[in-house]
Structures are given as C-alpha cells and as structure tokens.
Design a protein around this ligand. Structure first.
Ligand SMILES: Nc1ncnc2c1ncn2[C@@H]1O[C@H](COP(=O)(O)OP(=O)(O)OP(=O)(O)O)[C@@H](O)[C@H]1O
Ligand SMILES: [Mg+2]
Length: 323
C-alpha cells in the first residue's frame, strides 16, 4: 500500500505526524503532505513548535509566532513561539498572585521565583504542551499536521505527557478524598456547603485537556505517525529502536517513508564511480529496509536536484509522494 491509499482508506486519521532523526525530511514531508491534502479540498493546518522556524524556511514566508498563516487555498501554517507562551504563563501567575492576595505589585522574592521557574526545561515543555493542546483541541481544520522536532525530543515530550497525566491523576484523587472529608466536617458543623473547590476544578480542567490531547495522539483511528528513514545503516538501527519506544507510549505507527533514494536511472548514464558506489551502498540498505519494515514501507522518495523550499518544489515533491 502507498501513502495515498493509506490516507484514502483512513479518512478519520486527521492528526498526522512525521517523526525521525534530525534532518531526514520531517518538515519537507509535512509540507508536501499538507499541500497534497489541501489540493484534495481538505482544510489543513501544518504546525510546529520548533524554534528554528523551519516552516518559515520551507514556505518562504515569515510565519514564526504569527498564528495560522494562509499559504494557499485550504492550507495554513503555524509556528508556535514557545518563548512568548512562557511569558504569557508568567503573566498569568503574576495576575493570580495579585488577585489572590490583593497586592498592588508582585513582591520581589516571588518575581525572582517566577523568573527562575521559567528557566526550567519543564516549564518550556509544559508551555509547548499547552500550546499544542490549544491548537489541536480547537478543531478548526480537517487535518492537523504536526511537524515534529527530532526523535529524542519528541519522545521526551510524549513521556512528559504520560508523567503529567499520572501525576494529575494522583493529585485529583487526593483532592477528591479531601473534599469528601471537608464536606463531612461541614455537615457535622452544620455549615453551609463548602465553596466550589477551585483547585480541584483547575486540576480536572488540566486533566481533561491532557486526556483530550493524549487520546488524540495515541488513538489509532484518529492518528497516523509516519517514520522518515534514509538508506543508511545507523538510521535504520536507530529507527527500529525508536519504533519500539513509541509503541510503548501507544503511538500508532502508520508506516515508513524512505527519503533520499538516489535515482536508479542514473546508472544508465555516464556517471563517476563515486556515484555508482553510493547507489550500490544504498541498494544494500534498501534491501535491509525492505526486510526490516517490509509492507509498512509506504513510499520511496528520490534525492532531488535541490533543496525543497518554495511552493513549486513542495508541489513537485507532493506529486512524487502521492502520485
Ligand atoms: N528528497 C530530498 N531531496 C533533496 N533535498 C531534500 C530531500 N528531502 C529533504 N531535503 C532537504 O534536506 C534538508 C532537511 O530536510 P528537513 O528540514 O525536512 O528535515 P527535518 O527532518 O525536518 O530536520 P529537523 O530534524 O532539523 O527538523 C532540507 O534542506 C530539505 O530541503
Ligand atoms: Mg524539521
């Protein structure tokens, strides 16, 4: 089965991700897929949280931190600026402190604390996580294509979601128990009902959001995660390892797309031994890919004559990938 058939046979899989090691073609395939789907008449958002602004590069448009930017008919691209989300977070915390204690300004020690906490990687992760949840939960598009950061980072992100979820489960349970106890006490004292439990409500809200997003990410019916590989030994080995880890996080793997295959037609021309040898090496690794991933390989994408940037190249690549 090819990529096109996979999309046609699974119209409910509307959350699409291309994963893989750094620089293999995740952003390129995300853009080409978004382009093709938009051409099929679907409303598509391709988005990333990558601070390197690679969607800006490939679409040759300044997208970073600007919300969804229309690229073509039915196609929008968005680069989430995680830094500005952290700043919004800080602002929210400050506001809560001021409201809660009725203070005119945030005390200096607390301001220090807020600044320090924002430098924590966990803070950045949760800001990113929050931003992605915001985009996906809104549900304005037919397809969401999440242009991922390199593998290691994506795995870390998924594991964060799992840890978050478990942690919140625990705290919510504790809080519910406490609430029961408080209600009992207040009944005994014949007080009026306990006030709405703000903290419990907040926790339940966060939990609802995380459940919504992680159920989307791990739902076979709704999500397709494709691995990008290239015909190189190390990449094949690393991809196998990563696939195992992803399976542990219940991410449904939709298949593999092989990139940067040197066109075999070159063999019919006068080419230097250097290139002939590269092709021979690739042949060996391609056999390896076929035996390792066999029917899960959905497409072979040739090494093109130049980088894939700009709509003309994206369209060309989409034509190759989706026929
Ligand atoms: N088949 C191809 N032919 C020619 N150039 C390609 C091909 N696929 C990708 N490229 C080029 O390789 C570079 C890396 O591709 P891309 O940015 O899509 O990788 P990535 O996996 O998103 O990288 P990162 O891990 O940094 O996000 C880009 O310059 C892209 O234009
Ligand atoms: Mg990329």
């Amino acid at each position: 089965m090819g990529l096109k058939e996979i999309f046609e046979k699974n119209p409910d899989r509307r959350y699409i991700m291309f994963g893989g090691k750094g620089g293999l073609g995740k952003t390129t395939f995300s853009a080409a897929t978004a382009w093709w789907l938009a051409k099929q008449g679907k409303r598509v958002l391709v988005f990333s949280v990558d601070p390197q602004a690679s969607l800006t590069d490939i679409f040759q448009r300044d997208i970073f931190g600007k919300g969804p930017v229309k690229i073509a008919e039915n196609l929008w691209a968005q680069e989430i600026d995680a830094d500005s989300h952290i700043k919004e977070y800080q602002q929210e915390i400050r506001k809560k402190i001021l409201d809660m204690y009725g203070l005119p300004a945030v005390p200096e020690e607390i301001e220090h604390y807020i600044q320090a906490a924002s430098a924590e990687p966990a803070m950045e992760e949760s800001a990113i996580f929050d931003a992605v949840v915001d985009v996906v939960v809104k549900g304005d598009y037919d397809y969401y294509i999440y242009d991922l950061v390199p593998l290691g980072h994506a795995l870390y992100y998924l594991s964060m979601a799992k840890v978050y979820d478990e942690w919140i489960n625990k705290v919510t349970r504790l809080r519910e128990e406490m609430r029961e106890y408080e209600e009992m006490v207040s009944r005994l004292r014949r007080q009026k009902e306990t006030e709405q439990d703000q903290i419990l409500n907040e926790l339940l809200y966060i939990k609802g959001r995380i459940n919504a997003s992680s159920s989307i990410l791990t739902d076979k019916a709704k999500t397709a995660f494709f691995f990008v590989v290239v015909p190189e030994q190390m990449i094949i080995t690393d991809t196998q390892k990563a696939a195992k880890l992803f399976a542990q996080f219940d991410v449904p793997i939709g298949g593999y797309v092989v990139n940067r295959v040197v066109p075999r037609q070159l063999l019919e021309q006068h080419i230097p031994d250097y290139l002939r040898n590269r092709i021979k090496m690739q042949d060996q690794h391609l056999r390896d890919i076929r035996t390792t991933f066999n029917s899960q390989v959905l497409a072979y994408v040739p090494e093109l004559e130049r980088d894939v940037t700009g709509l003309a190249m994206i369209e060309k690549l989409a034509g190759i990938m989706y026929g």
